[in-house]
Ligand binder design. Sequence first.
Ligand SMILES: [Zn+2]
Length: 91
Amino acid sequence: MAQGREHARVGHVMAPDPDAPMCSAKGCRAAAVWVLAWNNPKLHTPERRKTWLACEEHREYLSKFLGVRGFLKDVVKLEDWETPGTGPSAG
Ligand SMILES: [Zn+2]
């Protein structure tokens, strides 16, 4: 049994203020600039999107983390990110 591999717990966003989204990287408290949209086909239906937030510094790190697993779907600027269902006409 191989144990003790580093486990990455970066999925938890603990921003107390929803108006001030923070980077999802562990230990990082920088303001989020990017939204990483991802999907784990083993857990989620294909149209489902999980999102992580990233600052400039951690965008590449988090993208890679998801990318090597084949989970990463999209990387968009936070200001350009539209939460599904809130727009007047989501084409
Ligand atoms: Zn960060």
